[in-house]
Design a protein. Sequence first.
Length: 76
Amino acid sequence: MSSEIEERQLERLRQVKRSRNSSKVKECLDQIRNVSENGENLMPHILNAVREYATVQEICDVWRDVFGRYTDPGYF
């Protein structure tokens, strides 16, 4: 991937993060955290977060906090 394409994508991401409602995104991520901890259905909350422009990375960060980082027990 050329650095020009990478920079263009990063700028698009920065623009989305600037224009989204950050408090709504935080609220959605908090809901994902609560539901993850309680073992409830995550899908409606994931969809809400994506509709508010939460990134996949932000959602995965919540899961890493709740569940930890997976390591394959068979891998040495």
